[in-house]
Write a protein that binds this ligand. Structure first.
Ligand code: ATP
Ligand code: MG
Length: 757
């Protein structure tokens, strides 16, 4: 049998080998959509003899694109995998813009403004112009306009924009006027700093491909994962990428559409049929991920949405252990309970489960504090995905800003953040004055600074300030010369090392943060380690191997190798710090240690873990009080639940971290759902451990290993869990369910199956 088809069921094989030009795979979570899509890429390469760069494969997260590449590398070799144009929408669009951006007037070496850069720019505009509009609101409105294909506030529906353009409301109230001003000013600031924000990456790529379809004249097939969460611009990108011969494969699941709040268009699934009338749809039914009991509970939750077509999750695994729904007195105790159950499961299953098998999935990143602190106290290693993280740490941000300025001296915002860090006698008033002067003289701040250091007659700067400015300009200039030196260019790591040395950065950290300078220095070392992955030689290699193919008649933009290595490193940081936050800690030191994942539910899309905790399941959190679409909130819970393979724990504190009384999420309080959940974690014995092992397709630990683990952990337990059974009953009204305490031998899973049949 063809190795590409091995381990796939019949409908999956049909999808992989389908001769249809336009194929849509619609299927529930865990049914192997991503696996099938990956196999189809391999199959097309192998049997249709396409070149790797003739296929564009778009994913939602960096992690899944990496997993897909690894699988293809296993099947067809790493050379092929490396040359594939396979990545997130943002990274693929960036690649096209780096190569062909000059055709639409983009300047070479553009930088990427991440969302905190955007916020800072918008805040500064609002302040400078004395406007009243809320910065965050303006930012999300700008993003929402751009996701619909609008380049500016006043863009009218134009024929050439087709369905991309949508008219903004005509009502020009004050807020609308202010919004228009901010939007325009924001775009102009980005352009001046040679920056694109995340939305611009996609929007500019649409412009590029509209005006220069030749750029993708080699593309044979376009494949897209998680199609239900694409927006209008992404739909357009798909059409443009596939313009040559309209070969498209998409996979998706309407029940997992969770990005409506970010302008994702579930209607894109229907638009496929109109756009490509010959489209064939394949359904996959069997679930290979989760235990029967997990699927039953998830199914019951999604069935509450009566507007969706009736369909069920069909397990291929044993029923396994019933999911837990637990009420706990406070958010703090909830976090302790999670740690307790986690220790218990990791310990009692006799090394079957490692820390990396556990995930805590949160409705919002801000909920992580309690869990993080409980994990910290118990000494459990964890990595935080989708929240404040490595790249947001002060010392890391400072150094990245230096690199940004070296790469892009026109980045006013980055300059103003670091010009006086470490202190150089350039206080906030001086920086403000410099910025204003640059603004009035219509100069980039960098040009003004350079001129100022050369112009000895300038009097409005103190001697100390002039000196400080001189040293700053000098540092940037020498670092820039190091990359621009064509005979012996320096790598990002060398430049970073040079900056660290010149700033005497370790000493600066010791003085400015005496309490935790060591930890901060460790972050600096980690950043250096990450930078070392982007060598000048890599950039050369990237040009030849991983780059887009040469297309006759089209001039490709080439930068110098060192500049490109630095720009690629910075782009990687910027792209890793939004949706794809899972990227970071998997690199470098973090990957060596087995860590629990703490993630937002949104960032957990498409992924799976043996054990999943979903805390804070209270009304106001799921569904979120500010969410407009309750059905989308339910789907979010459904996505969280269906990430679990063997064990699922949902919990709800009676008081949230603001000490407000909470009610259980309405999605979980209906009888049919509660019937499928129990209030205590499973009793661990050899039969439960074997079940878990079977679901995970791992070897079961021996009875001796389990007994030994039980003995070791027994003594630790009493210290771990702060409440005695009785106290907890008093505090929470919790009781062991009938099934869980073995008073009834009837597993609800069996009951439901019997009813079904
Ligand atoms: P989601 O909707 O959550 O993205 P999905 O439909 O993309 O899920 P995959 O992630 O591709 O599902 O697959 C889920 C799990 O099932 C993976 O561990 C995958 O390896 C496994 N799997 C898929 N198909 C099969 C199969 N035919 N036999 C055995 N395991 C399979
Ligand atoms: Mg998937």
């Amino acid at each position: 049998m063809d190795p590409i088809l091995q381990g796939l069921n019949e409908p999956q094989q049909d999808a992989v080998t389908s001769p249809s030009n336009v194929l849509q795979i619609l299927a529930p979570p865990g049914s192997g959509k991503t696996k099938t899509l990956t196999s189809r890429v391999a199959y097309l390469l192998q049997h249709h003899r396409y070149k790797p760069w003739d296929i564009i494969c778009l994913t939602f997260t960096v992690k899944s694109s990496r997993e897909m590449k690894e699988r293809i590398a296993k099947l067809l070799g790493s050379d092929t995998a490396k040359r594939l144009v396979l990545g997130t929408f943002h990274s693929v669009c960036r690649r096209y813009l780096v190569t062909y951006g000059h055709l639409i007037g983009l300047h070479k070496g553009f930088g990427i403004a991440d969302s905190s850069d955007s916020t800072a720019i918008i805040k500064r505009i609002i302040k400078r112009l004395g406007l009243k509009i809320d910065a965050k609101k303006a930012q999300s409105r700008i993003s929402s306009c751009k996701s619909k294909g609008l380049h500016g506030p006043d863009q009218q529906v134009g024929k050439q924009k087709g369905e991309l353009a949508q008219q903004l409301p005509q009502k020009k109230n004050v807020e609308q006027q202010e919004f228009s001003i901010v939007f325009e000013e924001y775009q102009s600031q980005l352009a001046k700093s040679n920056l694109l924000d995340y939305d611009d990456l996609l929007l500019s790529c649409v412009d590029l491909l509209r005006q220069n379809p030749t750029c993708v004249s080699n593309v044979e097939v376009v494949l897209i994962d998680e199609f239900q969460d694409t927006n209008v611009v992404q739909f357009d990108l798909m059409r443009l990428f596939a313009a040559k011969n309209k070969r498209v494969t998409t996979v998706g699941d309407p029940d997992q559409s969770i990005y409506g709040w970010r302008s994702a268009e579930i209607k894109n699934l229907e638009r496929m049929q109109q756009q490509y009338p010959g489209m064939i749809t394949i359904h996959l039914k069997d679930n290979y991920r989760s235990s029967g009991a997990v699927l039953l509970a998830a199914d019951e939750v999604i069935q509450q949405d009566t507007s969706r077509p009736a369909k069920s999750l069909l397990p291929t695994h044993c029923p396994g252990t019933m999911p837990v729904l637990r009420r706990l007195p406070t958010a703090e105790i909830e976090a302790l309970w999670i740690v307790f159950e986690l220790q218990r499961m990791a310990g009692l299953t006799g090394r079957l489960l490692a820390y990396s098998d556990f995930a805590v999935l949160l409705r919002t990143a801000s909920l992580s504090r309690q869990v993080e602190s409980a994990m910290g106290r118990a000494g459990i290693p964890y990595r935080m995905v989708g929240g404040k993280k490595f790249f947001d740490r002060l010392e890391v941000k400072i150094l990245l800003d230096y690199l940004r300025v070296v790469s892009q001296p026109n980045n006013n915002d980055a300059i103003s953040r670091i010009i006086n860090t470490p202190a150089r006698g350039l206080g906030a008033t001086t920086v403000k004055a410099l910025l204003e002067e640059a603004e009035t003289r219509k100069l980039a701040l960098w040009t003004l600074l350079r001129n100022s250091t050369q112009n000895t007659t300038r009097t409005n700067l103190s001697k100390a300030a002039k000196q400080g400015l001189g040293s700053f300009v000098n540092l940037i200039l020498t670092s820039r010369n190091k990359i621009l030196d064509t005979s012996n260019p320096d790598s990002p790591k060398t430049i970073l090392g040079y900056i660290i040395e010149k700033l005497d950065f370790q000493n600066y950290l010791q003085k400015s943060h005496p309490d935790d300078s060591e930890a901060r220095w460790a972050n600096v070392e980690e950043l250096t380690a990450q930078a070392s992955e982007f060598t000048v030689c890599d950039a050369n290699e990237w040009k030849e191997d991983d780059d887009l193919p040469n297309i006759e008649g089209l001039e490709q933009q080439r930068g110098n190798a060192a500049e490109e290595a630095l720009a690629k490193f910075l782009a990687n940081v910027a792209l890793a710090s939004e949706l794809q936050k899972e990227e970071e800690d998997t690199e470098g030191k973090g990957a060596l240690q087995s860590q629990v994942t703490i993630s937002t539910i949104h960032a957990a899309k498409g992924l799976e873990w043996p054990v999943v905790f979903v805390p804070s399941a209270y009304e106001g959190c799921i569904p979120h009080s500010r969410a407009e679409d309750t059905d989308e909130e339910r789907r979010l819970l459904y996505v969280a639940m269906t990430r679990a393979q063997a064990l699922l724990y949902i919990s709800c504190p009676m008081k949230n971290s603001q000490r407000e009384e909470t009610a259980m999420s309405p999605f979980l309080s209906t009888k049919p759902v509660t019937n499928l959940l129990v209030s205590q974690g499973p009793t661990i014995n050899s039969s439960t451990v074997n079940d878990i092992a079977r679901i995970l397709r791992r070897d079961s630990p021996t009875q001796a290993q389990i007994s030994e683990a039980c003995e070791t952990l027994k003594s630790v337990h009493d210290n771990l869990w702060p409440l005695t059974g009785e106290e907890e009953v008093k505090a929470t009204g919790a009781r062991r369910s009938k099934w869980d305490s073995n008073e009834s031998s009837e597993h609800p899973y069996k009951r439901r199956r019997m009813q079904d049949s």
